[in-house]
Design a protein around this ligand. Sequence first.
Ligand code: ATP
Ligand code: MG
Length: 389
Amino acid sequence: MKEIILIKNGELALKGLNRSNFEDILIKNIKRRLKDLGKIEVRKAQSAIYIEPRDEQFDFEEALERVSLIFGIAAFSRACVCEKDFDDIVKKSTDYLKNTMESVKTFKVEAKRADKSFPLKSPEICRELGGELIDAYPHLKVDVHNPDVVVYCEIRDFAAYVRAEQIPGAGGLPVGTAGRASILISGGIDSPVAAWTMAKRGLKLNAIHFASPPYTSLRAEMKVKTLLSKVARYSGTVNLAIVPFTEIQDKIAEHCPEDYFTLIMRRMMMRISERLAEKSGSAALITGESLGQVASQTLPALVTTDSVVKMPVLRPLIGMDKEEIVRIARNIDTFETSILPYEDCCTVFTPKHPKTRPTLANCEAAERNLQIDALVEKAVNETQYTYIE
Ligand code: ATP
Ligand code: MG
């Protein structure tokens, strides 16, 4: 039996004139995500998108799994393709819905007749198909108010489709509809969640990671790549910039007061990130900071890190508790990787008594002996790029 995936757009419906553009981007994202599973045809009609396999080998289950992670999809379902002939609809749907119908007690049929040349009107389709289903599954009763399951029958221009339950989609907006931004990603719990959260609002992601070998190991870098590949299942491919940060940390340790280490390090990260973001066409930076979580994330500390860049810094986790962040991390399957115990460049240089109420003037004084511009320039030039899928 031929099956398709039927997709309901999310907030797209609200976007007025932009809608068609949003749908086109969503369709492009869907095609890209399913590309290696075999040939498909993707059509749009009203507020739905139809994915039709055109390949015997097409891995339908894997496709459903992937579709469930694509942003911009409110709900989706699998549907069986019938001829636009009532007998064929009855025959195929009784068969197709077997498992569903055997597992429920009540149902109703909803019908939509986009092709007005189909001889039965919608209420007639509901009544007739409902009757046939009861004949096939006599334990069933119709309940129009609160059915266990709704069977949808749609008569379209190109075919008729029958489906039962809808599966909730990943929600959000299609990646790419909101532009591009760069996530500063560490190996921690927070930044992958921040990346996912902003991709969900339609941002295409680039990533920036600061590595400090030999203080940080190759395993720490691998961990970041693993985390990004988990985010990429939702966001699509991510271009990762790996910035050599060892020399800068050594210089900070050599020339700056210890209680300012973390802050100055963060200010250096922001300066370099802004440069890399500009190069990659990003309009904003994203971090995983949450207000008050650690000394470098108090409001005065955030003011001092913001002040070295002109680009907006998006901090989607700013008002979240750790538990809320961990819950998302578990849902998107980054948590177990994040808690692997590899060192990162911040933990290596954590001062014993970090400043929690720094002022801009004190920060500037503390980094007075650093060759800031030269260090930034060198780090930008020595940055390595890799694609994460
Ligand atoms: P995370 O769990 O994301 O590591 P955190 O709570 O440990 O966050 P910090 O280590 O203070 O917080 O880092 C704050 C933010 O700075 C991170 O969320 C991330 O966006 C960025 N960041 C920290 N370390 C790095 C790094 N090595 N490379 C790139 N970005 C980093
Ligand atoms: Mg961290």
